[in-house]
Write a protein that binds this ligand. Structure first.
Ligand code: 6PG
Length: 245
């Protein structure tokens, strides 16, 4: 049974996600460990990042034990308007006292394959066979998540934690992408899927209640092995759900 939570609007989705991050980070850091958060790209998480950078969250979070990673990156320099790092940095990372060594960005400015290998090795050294505490993901209108686009090889990746590929039809046109892979995403203790807006409604219903077809609907590969998957939707994105059940 999917854990689907519906909120009145995108601000309420962001607040609920911020509360989960705050509570999980507090539990983790109380036992002297680092809390690990995988950030998503796209525009949806911006509100959440801005919330975490403001009060009360900023004062309540133990930033010295907070580590951030990225779920995917567009292959552009970190100050490029398309960079997922730039969005997260502007909205959150540059505004809170994170340790620079705890910000693990994907190097979109170097050779994509090299950047993916480097990132995968870093993840292996950091997590071994485990995974992060919380992974944030979004969903595109076509059912892609992170840079797992329909009918592309990373959907079927079983070994590597991170890969690079050239995408013919991405949200930024034909472009190289670096993405974490299903085996790594599925080692997360918690995955929060933040999906807002009416344009996502038909796909949300299809992904949740239609037949399983991850090549066409890549977000369906996100099924944490022993973790929790939470869909966090606003009313417009959830509009087709009751009709589908
Ligand atoms: C990316 C993203 C991507 C995103 C979805 C949803 O780098 O493009 O990681 O998977 O999460 O496309 O994007 P929006 O939040 O902008 O709808």
């Amino acid at each position: 049974m999917a854990d689907i939570r519906v909120f009145p609007d995108s601000s309420a989705v962001a607040r609920a996600a911020a509360d989960i991050i705050l509570a999980t980070a507090a539990r983790r850091t109380a036992s002297g460990e680092n809390f690990s958060l995988v950030l998503s790209g796209g525009s949806t998480p911006k509100l959440l990042y801005q919330l975490l950078a403001g009060e009360p969250y900023r004062a309540l979070i133990n930033w010295s034990r907070f580590e951030v990673f990225f779920g995917d990156e567009r292959c552009v320099p970190p100050d490029h308007a398309d960079s997922n790092f730039k969005m997260a940095n502007d909205a959150l990372l540059s505004r809170v006292p994170l340790k620079p060594a705890h910000v693990h960005r994907m190097r979109g400015e170097i050779d994509p394959t090299e950047a993916a290998i480097e990132y995968g090795q870093m993840l292996k050294a950091r997590f071994g066979d485990g995974g992060p505490d919380i992974t944030l993901l979004g969903m595109g209108d076509d059912g892609h998540t992170a840079s797992l686009f329909p009918n592309t090889p990373p959907i079927s990746e079983t070994h590597h934690r991170c890969v690079a590929h050239y995408v013919e039809k991405s949200t930024t046109g034909k472009s190289w992408r670096i993405t974490l892979t299903p085996p790594f995403f599925n080692r997360s203790a918690q995955v929060l899927l933040l999906v807002t807006g009416a344009s996502k409604a038909p796909r949300v219903a299809e992904v949740l209640y239609g037949p399983s077809d991850p090549q066409r609907l890549p977000i369906q590969v996100i099924q944490p092995a022993s973790g929790q998957l939470i869909w966090m939707l606003d009313h417009p994105a959830a509009a087709n759900l009751s009709a589908a059940t």
